[in-house]
Design a protein around this ligand. Structure first.
Ligand SMILES: [Zn+2]
Length: 278
């Protein structure tokens, strides 16, 4: 599930369309951009296009593509389709085209909602992924990792779709992945401190390899987006937390190395370092 501020904006756009449709001059949502949008996805984000290509139900992907904001619509389509493929294949599809099976033993680990109290209850990502009213990720670490993977694909695509970006609104493309990485780091830290069964379970070969793989993919994706200025709203808060060594001790043990700090994302915004076509 993708319930970021961006998704809320998309929903608002859809509701506006519904409101227009109900008015005296009914009109359908604009869909005439979709063919071109998929061509743009293939050209600018081949990995995102592979996700589109892999799913059988193209119509479902296209429902996320509103002509109002192609960058957000396409990245959201990729995000949601990663969830679809993960469920269908019982495996996490990775950005490099490979996939990694879901170890169902993760569902026996402690519920991620138990770490919600460590974060700001008003934060949209805390509410959507950790709070009692949130998505299935609040109950099951397997689904929290599903979100980490989906947001990695999401940011990877939106970074490459920058040429389609609207410049008349604030964006939060980087927030989702930064938030999910912070939640996973905190979850592992809590496991080591006070959840011995989960901490022991995380050491098993499959869960450990999975966390190592998804984390590396996430940190590579986050770091490679840092050259894009103003690509988030609260991303710096999350990234500062990720870069604080005292928060990453347990994850360091699990990864067998220290997490890489996306330091460049914390530097003052410049427009000269941007790499808009990577
Ligand atoms: Zn999601």
């Amino acid at each position: 599930m993708r319930m970021s501020l961006r998704a809320a904006a998309t929903l608002l756009a859809l509701l506006n369309v519904v409101a227009h449709a109900a008015s005296a001059a009914p009109r359908a949502a604009r869909t005439d951009c979709r063919g071109q949008a998929i061509d743009d996805l293939q050209r600018l984000s081949p990995r995102g296009y592979e996700i589109y290509e892999a799913v059988a139900d193209k119509k479902q992907f296209l429902t996320w593509v509103t002509c109002d904001d192609l960058q957000v619509g396409l990245a959201t389509g990729v995000h949601e389709t990663v969830h679809v493929l993960t469920a269908e294949r019982d495996a996490y599809p990775l950005i490099d085209g490979s996939s990694i099976p879901r170890p169902h033993e993760l569902s026996k680990f402690f519920a991620p909602r138990e770490i919600a109290k460590k974060f700001d209850a008003k934060d949209a990502y805390v509410q959507n992924y950790l709070s009692s009213r949130g998505a299935s990720s609040k109950d099951d670490f397997m689904y929290l990792l599903d979100e980490l993977n989906a947001y990695s694909h999401d940011l990877n695509s939106s970074s490459r779709l920058v040429p389609l970006q609207r410049h008349d609104r604030q964006v939060d493309q980087r927030d989702g992945l930064a938030a999910l990485m912070t939640f996973v780091m905190s979850y592992v830290e809590t496991a080591q401190q006070s959840k011995p069964a989960t901490w022991e379970g995380l050491q098993h070969p499959e869960p450990r390899h999975l966390v190592q793989t998804l984390w590396k993919q996430a940190e590579t994706t986050l770091a490679s987006s840092c050259g894009i200025p103003d690509f988030g709203r609260n991303d710096r808060t999350y990234i500062a937390s990720l870069c604080d060594p005292k928060n990453g001790k347990a994850l360091t043990e699990l990864l067998g190395r220290a997490p890489v700090c996306a330091r460049e994302c914390l530097e003052p915004t410049t427009t000269s370092s941007i790499s808009r076509t990577q």
